[in-house]
Design a protein around this ligand. Structure first.
Ligand SMILES: NC(=O)c1ccc[n+]([C@@H]2O[C@H](COP(=O)([O-])OP(=O)(O)OC[C@H]3O[C@@H](n4cnc5c(N)ncnc54)[C@H](OP(=O)(O)O)[C@@H]3O)[C@@H](O)[C@H]2O)c1
Length: 261
């Protein structure tokens, strides 16, 4: 989703700085972003550029030190060399299971990246961003529409949504702060899965959604870009989930409201 946001930005001539813990992955990502941005940009549009930084978002000292030496937005941008947005979409492994079975350490690990990483980055990047800029966190549908055995993601996403509203109030007109709440989206997160099981999971989920398909990274990149650009939106959680947050859970065959489906 971070990569897709960079594509949306670069395709419109904006500059992106992408962060991960792996230099190798970043180098590959830069090529993908440039290629996809070139494919989808408007005719005559000059493309932006992508910079990279290897950082662990859970390392408070590293984030603080990096922000002190934040590279300029670009060499040729004379108007402003200050970054105007932070998009936080990192998350580690997402544990699933009953609260009685799951080791607490697994949920703490998720919080460490997805919540504390976001908190760290907002704390240190926030004051460095241009006045009137913005922050977008990425939460997820499982906060307000949890599935069984999803307490780690449900609670982490909930914490991020709370942080969104609190920081939107705190940063006021200095920075808008919003949160994207994605539903199922086919990203690299699921690359480790058995392809047959993955296809089944995608098909089952798609069938349960009003829009009858699962998300693609481009859906998320464009929605995040919309939040970045919308100058009168702050403190909101935007659902981008094909209608997951309103989906019908009752079984098609036993739900009296769906007799005529
Ligand atoms: N995909 C979905 O279906 C879905 C649905 C709802 C919500 N979400 C949420 O949406 C967000 C983005 O998901 P995604 O599917 O794009 O995830 P992803 O494909 O797993 O990408 C996550 C990125 O975060 C980076 N990252 C992880 N830990 C990091 C750390 N400590 N420091 C720096 N970078 C770190 C990873 O890079 P490195 O490993 O190289 O560091 C990776 O590039 C997550 O918060 C996820 O929970 C996803």
């Amino acid at each position: 989703m971070g990569k897709a946001t960079a594509v949306s930005t670069v395709a419109r001539g904006g500059q992106a700085l992408i962060i991960s813990r792996s230099q190798e992955k970043l180098q590959k990502a830069v090529l993908e972003i440039q290629k996809q941005a070139a494919e989808c940009c408007r005719k005559g549009q000059k493309l932006g550029q992508v910079q990279t930084a290897v950082l662990d978002v859970t390392n408070e000292d590293a984030i603080r030190d990096f922000v002190e030496t934040l590279p300029p937005v670009s060499d040729d941008d004379e108007e402003s060399n200050t970054w105007d947005a932070l998009v936080f979409s990192a998350a580690g492994r997402a544990p699933h299971g009953s609260i009685t079975d799951l080791p607490i350490a697994d949920t703490r690990e998720l919080f460490e990246t997805k919540f504390w990483g976001a908190y760290n980055c907002a704390k240190y990047f926030g004051p460095k961003l241009t006045y009137g800029g913005s922050i977008v966190f990425v939460g997820g549908v499982l906060n307000r529409r949890p599935g069984i055995n999803c307490s780690p993601l449900a609670s982490t996403n909930g914490a991020l949504e709370g942080l969104t509203r609190a920081l939107a109030l705190e940063f006021g007109d200095r920075l808008r702060v919003n949160c994207l709440s994605p539903g199922f989206c086919e990203t690299e997160r699921f690359d480790h899965m058995d392809p047959v099981k993955k296809a089944q999971m995608l098909a089952n989920t798609a069938d349960s959604l009003p829009l009858k398909r699962t998300g693609i990274p481009q859906d998320m990149g464009e929605a995040i870009y919309h939040l970045l650009e919308s100058k009168f939106i702050t403190g909101v959680v935007l659902d981008c989930d094909g209608g997951h947050h309103i989906r019908q859970y009752a079984n098609r065959n036993t739900d009296p409201m769906r007799k005529n489906d």
